[in-house]
Design a protein around this ligand. Structure first.
Ligand code: NAD
Ligand code: MG
Length: 322
């Protein structure tokens, strides 16, 4: 067996977990980005693990539990000891709506563990908290998760969502060390890197950082985003232009975007949604290439120039308080 360069591992905050710099985002396994057959989904997870990806992220919300169920099937047949892979799932967001009550999240972890075929998950995250009452997250949800930690059903506690202000709101109000991880998405990529300014604060709070959606949920792909994508037409067309430019030059926008997101080592893992063997191979190769050879500066500069007019443009998410 040849031992080539492998994926870098990075420490996640104070958790002691060592995450592969690319994490496997399992939302596509819930058919969120188009239909995926179960054999393809399982083969993608197995290959990812063989190529050094040790971190898998899902949620009961993705595909209305389909993502968790399929990921569970893949993990059961992985043939690896439990401590060799790291699993995060979420609570509080379901296909029937949001519910961050202590009751619901306490029930929901048991259902998730059942679907995943696991005794515990490494990280349980409150999913898209900007749709909930942040004071409830602080006063009720996180204390409930603390009990799940004591019961051994979860190892670490996280919060996720789009607007960056949710993280400071919660971290400023919870007891130190009670939120181990934050998961941000669409804010550390080549078109939007606003998470960067928050990194020193997150470090000061001892929160590990996971950044998701380096391809901006499909904006930075040759095929373009799914129908439901919330970006403005302006942002969509700038990304389409960047993808077309790369293609013309014989390059791939997804590779460049992923390499951009991997550059900051304060971010422990970049979660990319994958649903095929080909995507797993391409993404692992892109990570190894940038770590060993470095990046193709010219095409990076060209893409950044095309995206300059829409740099850091985002979209509203959650309950807007006036
Ligand atoms: P992403 O930016 O990772 O894009 C995923 C899309 O890109 C999918 O259509 C996928 O098939 C495609 N893709 C992947 N690799 C490709 C390649 N090499 N070439 C072409 N296309 C490729 O967006 P995402 O899936 O939304 O985010 C990644 C993961 O992060 C999710 O699966 C989920 O686990 C997590 N996430 C969590 C939250 C949250 O908690 N609120 C939000 C967003 C994402
Ligand atoms: Mg999500």
């Amino acid at each position: 067996m040849s031992v080539g360069p492998t994926l870098e591992l990075r420490q996640l905050g104070h958790t002691g977990l060592s995450l592969s710099c690319i994490g496997f985002g399992a939302s596509p396994l819930g058919n969120v980005f188009g239909h995926v057959s179960e054999p393809d989904a399982i083969a993608s997870v197995h290959l990812a693990f063989r190529l050094g990806i040790n971190f898998f992220d899902t949620s009961p919300y993705y595909g209305g539990t389909v993502s968790e169920t399929v990921l569970g099937k893949a993990l059961r047949s992985l043939g690896a000891p439990r401590e060799k892979f790291i699993v995060s799932t979420k609570c509080g967001r379901y296909t029937d709506g949001f519910d961050f009550s202590a009751d619901r999240v306490t029930k929901s972890i048991d259902e998730s563990l059942e679907r995943l075929g696991l005794d515990y998950v490494d990280i349980l995250q409150c999913h898209d908290i900007e749709f909930g009452d942040l004071d409830q997250i602080v006063n009720e949800t996180i204390p409930a998760l603390q009990k799940l930690k004591e019961a051994g059903k979860i190892r670490f506690i996280g919060i996720t969502g789009l607007p960056l202000g949710i993280f400071t709101y919660v971290l400023d109000r919870v007891p130190p060390g009670s939120v181990d991880v934050i998961l941000s998405y669409c804010h550390y990529g080549i078109n939007d890197s606003t998470l960067e300014d928050l990194l020193p604060y997150l470090k000061s709070k001892g929160a590990g950082v996971i950044s998701a959606s380096p391809l901006s949920m499909g904006l930075l792909t040759e095929n373009g985003p799914p129908e439901w994508h919330p970006a403005s037409q302006e942002l969509k067309s700038a990304c389409r232009a960047a993808a077309a430019h790369c293609k013309e030059k014989g390059k791939n926008i997804s590779k460049i975007a992923l390499q951009y997101s991997l550059a900051n080592k304060e971010i422990s893992s970049v979660l990319v949604g994958m649903n095929s063997i080909r995507q797993v191979e391409e993404n692992v190769a892109a990570a190894i290439e940038v770590a060993t050879v470095g990046k193709d500066e010219e095409i990076f500069k060209e893409v950044e120039a095309i995206l300059e007019p829409v740099k850091n443009q985002t979209w509203p998410s959650g309950i807007q308080k006036s």
